[in-house]
Design a binder for this molecule. Structure first.
Ligand code: HEC
Ligand code: HEC
Length: 350
């Protein structure tokens, strides 16, 4: 009997403990249900957040488009055509320059001077998105453009020359090569690393005077004090192409727009720079672009360009414009106020 009496308080304690624990479990369960009800992705978010911070610690190397392997060039007539096209991109001047063996229709530069590694370098102005996105409407001409038309744009502007006949052996070869480069790219797709990098705008005008100092420090050694370039031993081609003067691209060319020039040099110049290992800051790239594009160069009649003037790019430096900003600001920036104004105008005209 004695033992019975002492068992009772122990039993009461046990039951109390049990009830408290059960209550705890029920409350925890209820809390979870409430949290999940209010924020269904609460636990998932906490989990992915920790996963994300691991990813940030070990940044993934971006993988860019790479050109198909040359061993996959078909044999036979098509293969020969593709290889001839590649040769024309790399050594344009030998065939079509001032002393070209086929025709004399361009300024001595090679397509490859700007479309690096025969148009295959990531953010080196490569051709990866051409086959997949052309023909396409371009506001500069106000028309649907084929690859042939786009190639001739560069002949007439970047190479300050004459267009190639669309049915010529040379044009067919260039187009065959560019299309072969895009073999693995789906229609409409723009692969990572295509074209040029887009640099953020500065909140001040790009400064040619700052650019001049940088130019003398970083570019003169190859491109010459007066941007005149350096020819090879027998003077038949450029070892280092010119950046301004009469043998350079004209003022209708893509590189004459500050954003194109700055984007090009950011990930490619001085020679050896890449998108992952640039050698210029964004500011330096913009200021260098301002300096080089403030110097003399051939002029192109572009009065027929941009039939819809409201479609001119922010950094197209020739008026008239619909946004009220002058040619100087359209050339050197700051571009953000122009961008804001354009947005307002679009909203108003809707
Ligand atoms: C002085 C520099 C320069 C030279 C030389 C040059 N180009 Fe270009 N090319 C450009 C620039 C800049 C663009 C526009 C890039 C952009 O807006 O992103 C361009 C664009 C193109 C495009 C369209 C690319 C696209 O993805 O839409 C093609 C095709 C092209 N060039 C072909 C050629 C061919 C062929 C030659 C030689 C006959 C040539 N280019 C020579 C600077 C040059
Ligand atoms: C070590 C030599 C070297 C230096 C330094 C160098 N470049 Fe170049 N640059 C080249 C070569 C070579 C090419 C042509 C690439 C090719 O054909 O493969 C080129 C091409 C260019 C082009 C396109 C073609 C043209 O003539 O319009 C521009 C623009 C350019 N460089 C700007 C610059 C600027 C700006 C600097 C200074 C920040 C610079 N480069 C420094 C060697 C150099």
């Amino acid at each position: 009997m004695n033992t019975d009496h002492s068992e009772i308080p122990r039993l009461v304690k046990l039951i109390t403990n049990l009830v408290v624990s059960l209550l705890g479990i029920v409350l925890l369960g209820a809390a979870t249900v409430i949290v999940l009800y209010v924020k269904p992705d609460f636990f998932q978010r906490a989990f992915t957040a920790s996963e994300k911070s691991i990813k940030e610690l070990v940044p993934e190397k971006p993988s860019y488009w790479t050109a198909p392997d040359v061993t996959t060039i078909p044999s036979g007539a098509l293969g020969k055509e593709i290889l001839y096209g590649k040769e024309l991109i790399a050594h344009t001047s030998d065939y079509l320059g001032p002393k070209g063996k086929i025709l004399q229709i361009s300024n001595g530069m090679n397509c490859q001077n700007c479309h690096l590694e025969a148009g295959t370098k990531p953010f080196g102005n490569n051709y990866s998105a051409v086959a997949s996105t052309y023909p396409k409407f371009r506001a500069r001409s106000g028309s649907e453009e084929t690859v042939e038309k786009r190639v001739n744009d560069c002949f007439e502007r970047s190479l300050n020359g004459e267009p190639l006949a669309e049915d010529s052996k040379e044009m067919k070869a260039i187009v065959a090569y560019i299309k072969w480069l895009g073999t693995d790219v789906k229609k409409g797709e723009v692969p990572k690393g295509a074209g040029l990098v887009e640099l953020p705008f500065l909140n001040r005008p790009a400064d040619p005077l700052k650019g001049k100092i940088l130019y003398e420090e970083k570019c003169t050694v190859c491109h010459g004090k007066s941007g005149e370039g350096i020819k090879n031993g027998d003077g038949s081609a450029w070892s280092f192409p010119p950046l301004w003067g009469k043998e350079s691209y004209n003022d209708g060319a893509g590189l004459f727009r500050l954003s194109r020039f700055a984007g090009y040099i950011k990930s490619n110049m001085p020679l050896g720079a890449t998108v992952d290992e640039p050698q210029l800051s964004d500011e330096e790239a913009w200021d260098l672009a301002a300096y080089v594009n403030s110097m003399e160069r051939p002029s192109k009649d572009i009065t027929k360009d941009w039939p819809d003037i409201s479609k001119k790019p922010l950094d197209h430096p020739f008026g008239p414009f619909t946004d009220g900003f002058d040619e100087t600001q359209h050339k050197y920036g700051p571009f953000l106020p122009i961008q804001e104004k354009r947005k307002e105008l679009v909203k108003k005209n809707r």
